[in-house]
Design a protein around this ligand. Sequence first.
Ligand code: ASP
Length: 445
Amino acid sequence: MKNMSLTTKYIISMLVGIVVGLIINYSGLNSEGSFVNEYVILGLFTIVGKMFITLLKLLVVPLVILSLISGVLGIGNISTLGKIGAKSFGLYILTTAMAIATAIGVALIIQPGVGANQVSTAQFTVKEAPPLSDVLINIIPSNIFEALSSGNMLQIIFFAIMFGIALLMVGEKIKPIAQGIEILNEAMMNMVNMVMAVGPYAVFALMSKAVAMLGISMLVELGGYVFVVVLALIIHLFFTLMIMFKFFTKLSPMALMKKLRGMQVFAFSTSSSNATIPVTLRTLTQKVGVDNSVASFTVPFGATINMDGTAIMQGVATVFIANIYGVELGLSGYLTVIMMSILASIGTAGVPGVGLIMLSMVFTQVGLPVEGIAIILGVDRLLDMLRTIINVSGDATVSIIVANSEGKLDKSIFNNPLAGDEEVHINQEVENKIADAIHTTQNKI
Ligand code: ASP
């Protein structure tokens, strides 16, 4: 394991996790009250997995705010900032629209659920989705500490940009503060590196637990639906996004896919674009060569408003449930689905399971029974993991395209296959210094 790159370690941990999970599931070791269930799945795996996701979440808010302020100071020009904002917003909407159109197209060709007489006993309680007016009003925080403590990404982005611009307006005097923020931002990145160094163990625990609890039997039951979702996800990732990437940057999509692999493993095992923000930022700045001034804005913005994978699930689910209930949606119905999915993804953050809440919003709008969601509930956990990969890959692709168009993509980093993939560890010298510092402080106390 010692000389392997971090990405290879994540992938191996994920695969071993899946195998261990399947063994536990098939051998029935996960039965309620059993030792493995109590102490390994609900004990060890849950503790390690939760601690890790909490660690990632811990980094999100300070990382976003520091990197965004330093990004605004780095750009140093309000009109460039506006251009980056407009371009990324436009591309995010475009990719989401393309994703959902692909999903509806593939689903209409394959027609999953036709002739099925599925009756589900599962219950789904509808959560209220926020109306668009609230989404707009809520971009402005009334209390920044509340926004920070609840991790409201759009509000944090709003404040950080406004504050960054205000700092710029101060002029020359800002230099020492700008440097200070830069240093703090670098320190936050070091924290990300530390968390990533323990990542492989957590990825193993998260995967084993998910697979042990889910198994794959229900995949067969809802096979048609799962198949179409996965197919549309693959088309979007390998064709739509990669063709866009090639078209705009003229760089190799194969090289990009390699660089994004580690980040995708994180998205898959955490099911959350938000929790993956630190990893996405690190991947883009250190492996791909996107300048922090662009990534610091486009990544948290994308994690909040751009959900290509989730939109795909919604498109397929709409066709599937309409087929099951024998409802004809027609062209205007499908156009409404496209519009609603885009709006819904802007208003909801990238956290596990949020896609279903958005789906209830879409169903209500086109007049499909919301209870239909109960039918697909069983497979949603797994599909959530898969679609989160596409969500973060969409964020990354758009960030790179925007950076490239602004001359903020360092191609020498992109062309170095080893960039940012070195072993991360704290060296002995730093460790000694930390020990000394603790010692001196203790003596003083
Ligand atoms: N888990 C997804 C994400 O964080 C959202 C969803 O589809 O539920 O991007």
